[in-house]
Design a protein around this ligand. Structure first.
Ligand SMILES: [Zn+2]
Length: 499
């Protein structure tokens, strides 16, 4: 479908979005969900398989207790109720990377239900309600070979790797989230970020989006702003970075608005997100639950975690990200919205490490949220991917504090650090970036500036001290910004009898 170009502002003026997120988390257990096979990432294809995870006849599954514990921990951290009794279910569908032709999952009896998580944006709080957290097994991985794109279209043949089949997978499903308006894409991103941070704090997964251990499906629908009914939703799959969660919601809102504007209806379907273009393309039309012929898994006993076990697990919960942020906010003495800015820039760990390495909280925030954020944005990477360490930021701040470089020179030194020229100290020496505060050397430049602008010099002599700024500027320019500006000012005023 060719969509007419519609601006995002125009879309949100006329349509209200409802979003929903389904996040799959590969647990970091040593062995798979229903057998003893290793879960190690990156092994030779089909070397971590056995009769159970290959679905060979007669093989029987046994549930992995560590995976159940991890799922309960996730549920508790997301403020869910934990079922005292629940069952696994078979979800029947044919897919070549699923050797049993069904997936053991949970259907109407999930382990955790009805939770919530708060996400913070610019000082405002959005509560995201969690519908369910359930446990299932991952599928294998198909590799389509011979085509240009790596997708099935145009491929000559496909290969399947079952190493991933049977790895424990937790699915966290939100309730629909209405009311976020123009901020829907940012709220979606902030939610996935918060969820990732919670999972990381729990230590239950390595949450590497780029390796697929955290995968997001993003549901989006639009309805006219004056309508009470929600629109038909689409589900965008393959969203493999935090940045893409935001992009996927935004591009889907624009696409659906164009469909609705053309008087057509949005189709309930699965769409595939393409990292490079930021666009999605239509996949299959979305199945209904009845298509899967769910029934209770007959090969596994029900799960019945007793209250004592759940309370034991609750007692082991670590400090969660929201509590940690409150603690750091107090330590750093910053406002709610300043703290949200730190969090949403992905700078929390970096600033904490920079403060721990010796910088003031103010310097650490100024560097990471200022110049470094700008450079990360320009390069289209996350802050943590920049080639600079917290201890190098401490050095930079130290050079400024000692007056050896000014802000402008410090930014040049940072460019050198990012270009791999070494630590800030080495870059400053190698590039000759130090502030010149030798009165003798600067005196020559001051005399030259005065000689070049006799009319300005005369004004200063007559008492118009403000005019001295132009002479200071001329000296700074002549010294390529390396002069000690305060000293230059003193020298200019002294030369013109105003010192
Ligand atoms: Zn196995």
């Amino acid at each position: 479908m060719s969509a007419t170009a519609t601006s995002y502002d125009d879309v949100v003026a006329r349509y209200a979005p409802v979003i929903g997120l389904e996040t799959h988390v590969e647990l970091g257990t040593v062995s798979k969900m229903f057998c003893g096979c290793s879960t190690r990432f990156g092994a030779e294809p089909n070397t971590q398989v056995c009769p159970v995870c290959l679905g060979l006849p007669g093989a029987l599954p046994v549930a992995n207790a560590s995976a159940i514990e991890a799922t309960i921990l996730i549920g508790l951290a997301l403020n869910c109720s934990i079922a005292s009794w629940c069952r696994f279910a078979r979800k029947n569908y044919f897919y070549p990377d699923m050797p049993k032709n069904f997936q053991i999952s949970q259907y109407d009896e999930p382990l955790c239900t009805d939770g919530w998580v708060d996400v913070h944006l610019d000082g405002s709080v959005h509560r995201i309600e969690i519908e369910r957290v359930h446990l299932e097994e991952d599928t294998g991985k198909s590799l389509h070979v011979g085509g240009a794109t790596g997708r099935i279209h145009g491929a000559t043949h496909s290969l399947v790797d079952y190493n991933r089949a049977g790895i424990p997978l937790v699915e966290v499903v939100t309730k629909p989230v209405p009311g976020t308006g123009a901020r829907a894409p940012e709220v979606a991103r902030a939610y996935v970020t918060e969820l990732r941070d919670i999972l990381r704090a729990l230590g239950v997964s390595d949450v590497r989006m780029e390796q697929g251990s955290l995968r997001c499906d993003v549901n989006t629908s639009l309805s006219p702003v004056d309508s009470d009914a929600w629109g038909t939703r689409s589900e965008t799959k393959n969203v493999n970075s935090l940045r893409s969660v935001e992009r996927a919601v935004r591009s889907e809102m624009i696409r659906q608005a164009a469909v609705l504007d053309a008087g057509q209806r949005v189709i309930q379907e699965t769409r595939h997100f393409h990292e490079n273009s930021g666009e999605s393309t239509s996949g299959r039309s979305k199945e209904e639950a009845t298509d899967y012929r769910y029934f209770p898994e007959p090969d596994l006993v029900p799960l019945a975690p007793d209250a004592g076990w759940i309370e034991q697990l609750r007692a082991t919960l670590p400090e969660l990200p929201s509590a940690r942020r409150r603690r750091l906010q107090g330590d750093w003495n910053v406002s709610d919205s300043e703290m949200d800015a730190v969090h949403n820039a992905g700078a929390l760990d970096l600033i904490e490490a920079t403060v721990a390495a010796g910088a003031s909280a103010e310097d650490a925030r100024r560097w990471w949220l200022g110049d470094l954020s700008r450079r990360a944005n320009e390069a289209g990477v996350e802050l943590g991917e920049l080639a600079v360490t917290p201890s190098q930021v401490v050095q930079l701040a130290g050079l400024v504090a000692a007056g050896r470089v000014n802000d402008k020179l410090a930014r040049q030194a940072l460019s050198g650090v990012l270009a791999g020229e070494g630590d800030p100290e080495q870059v400053v020496l190698a590039r000759g970036l130090e502030v010149v505060s030798d009165a003798g050397a600067l005196g020559i430049a001051v005399d030259a500036a005065i000689a070049a602008a006799p009319d300005i010099a005369a004004k200063v002599r007559a008492g118009k001290v403000a005019a001295a700024g132009a002479l200071v500027g001329a000296v700074m320019k002549a010294t390529r910004g390396q002069a000690d500006a305060q000293l230059v000012r003193e020298l200019v005023l002294a030369r013109l009898d105003q010192g």
